[in-house]
Every structure is written in C-alpha cells, then in structure tokens.
Design a protein around this ligand. Sequence first.
Ligand code: TYM
Length: 354
Amino acid sequence: MSSASADPTTPAEPTTAERPRILSGMQPTSDSLHLGNYLGALVNWVGLQEEFDAYYFVADLHALTVPTDPEVLRRRTRITAAQFIAGGVDPERSSVFVQSHLHEHPALGWVMGCLTAFGEASRMTQFKDKTSKGQNANVGLFTYPMLMAADILMYDAAYVPVGEDQRQHLEITRDLALRFNQRFGDGLVVPEPYILKEGAKIMDLTEPTSKMSGSTSPEKGLILLSDEPGRIAKKIRAAVTDTDGEVRYDPDAKAGVSNLLVIHSILSGRRIEEIERDFVGRGYGDLKKEVAEIVVTALEPFQTRMAELLGDPAELDRIVARGAERAHEVARRTVARVYDRMGLLPPVPRADRV
Ligand code: TYM
C-alpha cells in the first residue's frame, strides 16, 4: 500500500490518476428515463468514459425529496441503473453506483449545508419554482443543492456532464468549493460544467417552450426510453408545431419544429442545416415520420439490452455493489480530508483502542 493511501486525509489528487475524474447522476423519479435525459446527458456520459475516470450514479437520496412508495423507489433505482448501462455506460470502465450505498454523501452534504448561507439556498430556482407551484416542500428539497454539491466535490470531479437545467446547481457547487478552499486550504477541486450546446435542453412535445421533464411533462409530452415503437411514433405525430409550414430551425419562433430538428440531428449525426435542406418543400408530417423512425431505430438496441439487464436483478445488484466499492475508495478519503481540515476530531482506530 502506498503511503498516500495509508493516510486517509491525503487528497486523492485527480492528476495522479491515469485519467481525470468526472461525475454525474440522475434521479430515479419515474419508471424510465426520457429522451431529454438521454440526449442531454447520457449520450454525453458514454462519450466521456473513454477519456475520463467516470462516476455515474443513481441519485436515490435526492428522489426522497418527493414522497414515493418504497417498492416503487427500489424498482426505479434498478431501472435507472440498468438504463445507464443499456445506454452505453460500461460498468467495467466507469463506476456505476447508487448514491445511498455510500454514507459519505449525506455526511459531506451536511458539511456543505453548514457552508451555505440561508439566503443563498433560498435563491435556488428549483426550490422557488416548486414551492411557488404549491408543491408541499420539505427541508430536503431546500437542501437538495448542498447534497448535489457533495456528490460532485466528493470525487474531485474536473467536469460534470449535465443538461442546461442543472447549471445553477453547478454554480453553487463551485462557490462552495471555492469557499471551502479559502477557509480551510485547497482541499476541494472546483468543477467545470460540461454542457453540450445541442441536446442540452430537449423540449416537451406538447409544450415546446418547457423542457421535457419526468416530473412535470404530461405523458404525451415525453418520450420514455422504454416506450414501444408505436407509442413513440404516435407521440411524435401529435407533437405541437406551428402553422407556418416551413421546416426551419428557429427555437424562439418555431420551438416545436426546432426541437424535432435537434432530436433528429443528434441521433442521425447530421447537421441541422443539412436536414433543413432535405426538407425544403416538404411538410411537418414528413419530418415527424423521419424523426420517429430515427428515434425508434436508436432505441431498439437500448431496449433489448435494458430487458436483459432487468431480467437479472441479482447481476445488476452486483454491478452497482462493485461500483459502490470503487466509489467508496475515493469518497472515504474526501470525507476524512474535509473533516480533518475543518477540525473534526478523528476517531481512534479500532486497533489502537484499549
Ligand atoms: P435529473 O434526474 O433531473 O436529470 C438527469 C440528467 O438529465 C438532464 N436532463 C435534460 N437534458 C436535456 N433536456 C431535458 N429536457 C432534460 N431533462 C433532464 C439533466 O440536466 C441531468 O443531467 N439534480 C440532478 C441529479 C443529481 C446530479 C448530482 C447530477 C444529483 N446529484 C451530481 C450531476 C451531479 C437531477 O435532478 O437530474
């Protein structure tokens, strides 16, 4: 064992690892991830795992901010992990785990809460939006961003691949890391967001000025990664467009059509201008038909793999257990380092007790 790993308060410097680290998570809030999660984040996760030492987790503790039936939460946690892998995350290469399997996450979340001003937390838009819509908020929803900051800072993540909607959470995470470093010495890596320009915000099919969201979009506005081909085609056929009739990318004036073009472009790998040219003189019906075909084709192997993974829950549980072990190696060191810097008295090792 190297001297660095013998002393848990020594930072596990990301630069000494073979590859710099990245981390991201998704909440298990429905029975399937949706196309926004896929194009805004998962596709990106898959691409980044070659270059980075990646940690991808199911944010089940965050999901507790919305009351959920225990059996349903367990099922959704497995489904979410299976969908990461079905989408191309390789659990041999990247650590795939479940947030609640590591007690270090809430421990560091507490520390982050103690570094956050009450007013700062009150200004977070997610909390403000949900409470203004009358959601009966709990304290967990209020402290949600601090737990998320802990998730990220735990792994000395250089980058955090997420969709646009998570930007504010990353900003507070950076602020907290900088604050900690200023008060206690350089102990935390200040992460950069990694947000793609295209796909960063996939819109609701029925209301294309709002993001596609598992918690607020109606069923018809969402394409679930588990939807059958017929259902996908039906939802895309019914997608809201406009009356102008021209297939053109203009997210302000033509939100619905632009959303379909973005989905097409990411999945077909073609530039939006090229697709626009293909559709000169053709109507929205044709565009919808083609987008539906592309989505169905892209999701076919995904759905087959997902069914295989969910058919063997014991193997899936082993995969996330291995991921948690790997994550724990980093997490325990970060918490020890942070506790030490802040002046928390270290426990006496078991062997030294009289
Ligand atoms: P969540 O579960 O809402 O979303 C998971 C990922 O999907 C992205 N996303 C979208 N991207 C494009 N268009 C959309 N319509 C769309 N909807 C969702 C999100 O940006 C996200 O990348 N707070 C996080 C979970 C979390 C986390 C973390 C993420 C907890 N701890 C640490 C990163 C790092 C969330 O609720 O994501």
